[in-house]
Design a protein around this ligand. Structure first.
Ligand code: NIG
Ligand code: FE
Length: 412
């Protein structure tokens, strides 16, 4: 089928001239196109035609007058598959107790693990599905979800199967990441190597054989997995053909960036406390630096040096890190505003960071993330005639239509 997406006020193409990512100063070039319509055939972008050439030959036309079209947004780092509430911890946090302190007292990630282990599959599905629909309503057409709240074989698999089912049933692409190494479950509190062995020998091979995840992620941190443990897991993951991601330099800089680069990880994420030497190394690599300013906002501490990373030529992406403990924020548009206000990114840079560069962080950048001929017709349509409003209207959802593979999947 051929569809004409007709007469938008602007098409923010985020064109990469076929390169499929933006590094450093390129992030400012989002290449708006005026007075054009988009021809879509069988879910792919076929052509851009000047409005003055548009005849009435199209069987299907969608009028976008007065609206702005962006590439479908890509949300590249989330922990959306959680159960239970950590509102009690939030109260403690408001009284000044810090995140790592809460985690040590059986709160934090392990509190959510208890809730996930208790919940039935049906109920789990029913609480996670609306969260994904909320992402879709913001113009998100590709979404990553991590496991990491099961922390034993049975429950990690339960989460990954849930993600697979949601991907089958919902109209967006959901990319699954195995994060069995999120923290140590209480059964292995005093036997860390025992848990690493469980991840390597039991979980990873099963997840690989059953195609339950594309990426393997580890939380490399003083209070979680050491450099040595991270390397053991990365070795095994690479042997099982996983692509790699790393949570690193969130609270302490223990050398995670070096490991991410050594294993050619697709992305290194968090980076709130990354040191200057690692900024340089990351910036000159092809590994995407994923900044998560919602965490710094939610926990009240320093932001990742996004400005410095971009100025040094990094490929930088942004994401919510949506989770119940460190960033209970499911609003990507708010994250763009935070990045602009707190990390000194330009509006254009925030757009590149939630489209093409976020797609690169998910290895989907050859198919989506920019409006270029041959790519998927994934669009986010905003009800404004100035794209600056998307970032300037803090916390307000201006998305009025989400289009995936050429089909309208959400409309206000
Ligand atoms: O990305 N850093 C580790 N994991 C999450 C937080 C998870 C939680 O607190 O439930 C993060 O910040
Ligand atoms: Fe995270």
């Amino acid at each position: 089928m051929i569809t004409l997406f007709k007469n938008p006020a602007q098409i923010i193409t985020v064109d990469t001239k076929g390169k499929n990512y933006k590094r450093g100063s390129e992030m400012n070039d989002i290449f708006p196109l005026f007075e054009h319509s988009i021809v879509v055939e069988d879910g792919l972008i076929k052509d851009f035609i000047p409005n003055s050439y548009v005849s009435s030959k199209y069987e299907n036309e969608i009028d976008l007058s007065g609206r702005i079209v962006l590439p479908g947004l890509v949300e590249c780092h989330t922990h959306t598959a959680f159960a239970g509430s950590r509102a009690e911890e939030f109260r403690l946090k408001l009284k000044g107790v810090d995140y790592e302190e809460i985690a040590k007292k059986e709160g934090g990630i392990n509190k959510t693990v208890t809730s996930v282990r208790e919940i039935s599959e049906e109920e789990f599905y029913s609480i996670v599905e609306p969260r994904i629909k909320y992402f879709i309503s913001q113009g998100i057409t590709t979404l990553e979800i991590k496991s990491g709240y099961g922390l034993n074989f049975e429950n990690e698999i339960k989460i990954l199967r849930l993600i697979k089912k949601l991907n089958d049933n919902l109209p967006i692409d959901i990319v699954s990441t195995f994060l069995g190494a999120h923290t140590f479950p209480k059964e292995f509190k005093t036997n860390h190597q025992g848990y690493v062995d469980e991840v390597i020998n039991r979980m990873l091979p099963f997840v690989a054989e059953n195609n339950l995840a594309e990426f393997c992620d580890v939380f490399c941190e003083k209070t979680a997995f050491s450099i040595n443990e991270t390397e053991q897991i990365f070795e095994a993951a690479a042997k099982n053909n996983f692509k790699l991601k790393l949570h690193t330099d969130q609270f302490n800089s223990i050398g995670g960036v070096g490991i991410a680069l050594k294993y050619n990880a697709t992305s290194a994420e968090h980076l709130e406390v990354v040191n200057s030497a690692d900024v340089e190394k990351l910036a000159s690599s092809d590994t995407v630096a994923v900044a998560l300013p919602g965490v710094s906002f939610f926990l009240g501490y320093q932001f990742a040096p996004a400005r410095k990373l971009i100025d040094k030529d990094a490929i930088l992406a942004l994401s919510t890190d949506y989770n119940p403990g460190s960033s209970h924020i499911a609003n990507l548009n708010f994250i763009m505003s935070l990045a602009a206000l707190k990390m000194k990114m330009s509006i254009e840079e925030t757009i590149s960071a939630v489209t093409i560069n976020a797609a690169k962080a998910l290895n989907r950048n050859h198919k989506t993330g920019s409006i270029e001929i041959g790519k998927k017709a994934d669009f986010a349509v905003f009800d404004t005639n100035d794209y600056a409003d998307i970032v300037y209207e803090v916390g307000k959802n201006l998305c009025c239509m989400t289009i995936k593979n050429g089909n309208i999947i959400h409309q206000n």
